[in-house]
Design a protein around this ligand. Structure first.
Ligand code: 48F
Length: 256
């Protein structure tokens, strides 16, 4: 016999228990693209209480779409060992260029991150940050459906020691902080420098350099790092995203 109300209770109890345990944590990541998932994996693996809020229903951000919906991505030599670490299959297309299935890559990153202990909440958007003594101290969240329907419903706040902006091209968390701090980011102009046009090689290199703190206790990774610090875009080559997620985790682990 299957009782519908037992199914409801099981789902509600399990989710609420998990959510309650997440109200205070070490690190909150915004965005479940490749950089956010990698950052979450390495942080959770080291035992840090890490959670990730993702606006969308599905995970992976720009990853599953590959290049113009051809569900393949390219990864360069520098990040090949990460494909091995996450158990992602690939083929060498030309020396130094590895091609992988973007759906398998998304699945492997997600699986490893969750198994390592990363708590992922999809369908939730970060709409603001908590600020204490001029440093970021957590995030303010609401259901993405509330945001999309433009309903006037107050949010909830989740505290953490560190926040990582992995929201990709729009760099949404850094943008909120820029707006509300009067433009006092740790960038040359104090403001968001803005993403530049395609230059894959330079973009991949700069993504690594730009992966850093942008406001006290707020770090940027992935395409958000290039958007904030003025690097170019790179299209469907993903080594920089994976390596940037790993780098931000290492920086944050050192700080904590
Ligand atoms: O865009 P996205 O995949 O970010 P990424 O990790 O990777 C970029 C690449 O996909 C690609 C590229 C590199 O080759 O140029 O574009 O830097 O994933 C960002 C995720 O953040 C979510 C969004 O739905 C997406 O899944 N997101 C954005 N804003 C918010 C958010 C927000 N305010 N709250 C929660 N999630």
């Amino acid at each position: 016999m299957i009782e519908e109300t037992v199914i409801s209770k099981a789902i509600i109890e399990s989710y609420i228990k998990d959510l309650l345990a997440s109200v205070e944590s070490d690190v909150i990541i915004g965005g479940a693209g490749p950089s956010g998932l990698c950052a979450g994996y390495y942080l959770a693996q080291k035992g840090f209480r890490t959670l990730l809020f993702e606006r969308g229903l599905k995970l992976g951000g720009g990853l599953p779409g590959g290049g113009i919906m051809f569900n393949r991505i390219v990864v360069q030599d520098a990040a090949k060992s990460m494909l091995d670490e996450f158990g992602i299959s690939y083929q060498e297309y030309q020396p130094g260029y590895y091609v992988a299935n973007s759906l398998e890559t998304t699945a492997c990153l997600t699986n490893k991150a969750i198994k390592a202990g990363l708590r992922i909440y999809n369908l939730i958007s970060i709409e603001d940050v908590i600020v204490r003594e001029k440093s970021v101290n957590g995030v303010v969240i609401n259901w993405s459906s509330v945001e999309l329907a433009k309903l006037h419903i107050d949010p909830l706040s989740f505290k953490s020691k560190i926040v990582i902006d992995a929201t990709g091209h729009p760099c949404e968390i850094a943008r909120i902080v820029e707006r509300k701090s009067g433009g006092k980011l740790l960038t040359p102009s104090g403001k968001i420098e803005g993403e530049k046009s395609m230059w894959a090689e330079v973009a991949e290199q700069l993504t690594m350099e730009n992966t850093k703190e942008v406001f006290p206790n707020l770090y940027v990774t992935g395409m958000a790092a290039n958007a904030v610090f003025g690097g170019p875009r790179m299209g469907p080559i993903f080594g920089g995203m994976l390596l940037s997620g790993k780098k931000v985790a290492e920086i944050v682990i050192d700080k904590l």
